[in-house]
Design a protein around this ligand. Structure first.
Ligand SMILES: [Zn+2]
Length: 299
C-alpha cells in the first residue's frame, strides 16, 4: 500500500513537472528571441526589452571575449533567433563569417555601435592583428545611449506591437544614464589628477567622456603580458603621477596588476569591463562602481 502510494506520488511529480515545463516553454515561445554576442550587449538589450524578450548570450560568462570562436550550438542559436545584437568595431571578429553560415534570412542583425564616434587604435601591431578601432564603446555612458537606441529600433522592427514598451524603457534608461553621467562630469571636473592604471586598455571611451587618461598592463585586446621594459615604464609612470590605485579585472592578469601595485606601494581595486557578468551587477550598477572607484582613486 505504502509502495503504491509512493509510486503515485512519483507519477504526480512527473506530471506536474512536465506540465510546468511545457508551460514555461510556451510563455518563452511568445517572447521575442534575441541572441546577443556578450554580456554588455545582454545588459543593454535587457534594459530595453525586459520581460518581452528571451535573450541568449553567445559568449559565455568567464570566457575571454576578445578571442572567442563560435561553436555549432551558436550557429543553432542564431538560426533560432529573430534578432542578433553585437557590439561591433572589431569586438566580434567572427560575426560576418558566422552569419554567412547561418541559414536564417529573416534574422535582423544589428551592430549596436553603429553611429558611435570610433576611437582608432594607435599601436601598429594591434592594428595589424585586430583592426583599426578600439571596440570598447559600451564603457562610455554617452555611447551606450547610441547602442541602446539601435537596440530599441531593432526590437521595434521585429515586434512593432510593443513599440511603446521599448520606447518607454529606452527613455527611462537614458534618463538614468544622463543623471549618472552628469554626476561624474561634475565630479571629474574637480580633480586635477586625470591618470589611472588598469588591466587591459578597455576604458578609452570612458576617458574621452571625462578627459581622463588610462594606462594598462595589457593592450586593448587583452593579449600578452607586459614585457619587463613595459612594466618598468608603468612603474615609473605610477611613481611620476602619484598613482595610488592599480585596477584589475577578473579575466586579465590580476597578478601583473598586483605586482605593479606592490612595486609602487599602491592598492589594487577591481574594475568592471562588463565583458562578463560579475557580482550580480547590471550595466548601470557596474558603470557606477567603475566611475566611483576611478574618481576615488584620483581624489
Ligand atoms: Zn576588452
Amino acid at each position: 500500500m505504502f509502495k503504491k502510494f509512493l509510486s503515485l506520488i512519483a507519477a504526480l511529480i512527473v506530471v506536474i513537472s512536465l506540465a510546468s515545463c511545457s508551460n514555461s516553454s510556451s510563455t518563452n515561445d511568445k517572447k521575442l528571441k534575441v541572441a546577443v554576442s556578450f554580456n554588455a550587449m545582454k545588459e543593454l538589450t535587457y534594459a530595453i526589452g525586459k520581460n518581452k524578450i528571451n535573450i541568449v548570450t553567445i559568449i559565455p560568462n568567464g570566457t575571454e571575449p576578445h578571442d572567442f570562436d563560435p561553436k555549432a550550438k551558436d550557429i543553432k542559436t542564431l538560426y533560432d533567433s529573430k534578432i542578433f545584437i553585437y557590439s561591433g568595431l572589431g569586438m566580434e571578429t567572427w560575426v560576418d563569417k558566422t552569419l554567412k553560415s547561418v541559414n536564417n534570412k529573416d534574422l535582423i542583425s544589428v551592430e549596436a555601435s553603429n553611429g558611435v564616434k570610433a576611437i582608432k587604435n594607435s599601436d601598429a601591431s594591434e592594428i595589424a592583428e585586430h583592426g583599426k578601432y578600439d571596440p570598447h564603446s559600451w564603457l562610455s555612458l554617452n555611447d551606450a545611449k547610441i547602442e541602446s537606441k539601435n537596440i530599441r529600433d531593432a526590437l521595434t522592427k521585429a515586434d512593432p506591437t510593443n513599440k511603446k514598451f521599448y520606447y518607454d524603457n529606452y527613455n527611462e534608461f537614458c534618463k538614468k544614464v544622463d543623471s549618472l553621467n552628469q554626476e561624474y562630469v561634475d565630479k571629474f571636473r574637480t580633480v586635477k589628477n586625470k591618470d589611472f592604471v588598469t588591466g587591459h586598455a578597455a576604458f578609452a571611451y570612458l576617458c574621452r567622456d571625462y578627459n581622463l587618461n588610462q594606462k594598462s598592463v595589457e593592450n586593448v585586446f587583452a593579449d600578452g603580458e607586459p614585457s619587463t621594459k613595459q612594466l618598468a615604464d608603468l612603474t615609473k609612470y605610477c611613481k611620476d603621477n602619484n598613482v595610488k590605485t592599480v585596477f584589475y579585472e577578473d579575466m586579465v592578469s590580476p597578478k601583473v596588476s598586483s605586482t605593479l601595485a606592490k612595486e609602487v606601494n599602491a592598492k589594487t581595486q577591481k574594475i568592471y569591463t562588463i565583458e562578463s557578468a560579475e557580482d550580480g551587477k547590471d550595466y548601470l550598477a557596474s558603470m557606477k562602481t567603475d566611475l566611483d572607484e576611478i574618481y576615488t582613486s584620483l581624489k
